[in-house]
Ligand binder design. Sequence first.
Ligand SMILES: C[S@@+](CC[C@H](N)C(=O)[O-])C[C@H]1O[C@@H](n2cnc3c(N)ncnc32)[C@H](O)[C@@H]1O
Length: 204
Amino acid sequence: MSEEKTDQYMKPHGVEGIQVIESMNEEHQEISEFAFECVDFNENANILDIGCGGGVNIEKFLKATKGNVDGLDYSDVSVRESIKRNQDSVDSGRCNVIQANVANMPIEDESYDLATAFSTIFFWPDLGESFKEVFRILKPNGQFMMANGIDGTNPADEELADNIEGINLHTPDELEEYLLEAGFKSVEMFKKDNTFISVIIAKK
Ligand SMILES: C[S@@+](CC[C@H](N)C(=O)[O-])C[C@H]1O[C@@H](n2cnc3c(N)ncnc32)[C@H](O)[C@@H]1O
């Protein structure tokens, strides 16, 4: 185990957390672009981005729907950065960024049409229970979309796991099993050619 493991990806904090968020905003662009190609949603969809980090995907969804786009993250730095980035929509009431753990979201049942998770599920506690919590806050026929740049099948993933605190790698097949157990009716998988970028869409 390396002594240099960083916990900044699991939960950004302090000044270094702000820097890590800025770099993720850039580095995760390709994942985000592919995810937007894969997911379909209604023009009035209400969306929740879980583990929203710097709020870049909140910003994109605000342009893509007329509905509300909220963010949720347990890091105070992520919440602050997401609000800063989307300040106009926060002020106008179209965006609310909540500080909470995905395992226990202070959100009513059946609130959202789409929940998204970009490069964050590796850090979630008890994936099965967390997926059930996402299922709970989705409306009937709602969807849950996950976009990841690592899928546990790349030999290089192990090195990442040695350097990043709290990361748990799951293959797409394992994720599908957890999703079906959580109650989702169907699971669709997309893989970007010649990359390890994957998008999984589960329907309620
Ligand atoms: C690697 S960053 C990804 C940020 C952003 N989604 C992106 O694509 O750039 C992971 C984010 O998920 C958040 N996160 C991790 N585990 C969480 C949990 N259990 N509940 C809420 N947020 C969590 C972290 O605080 C961090 O902001």
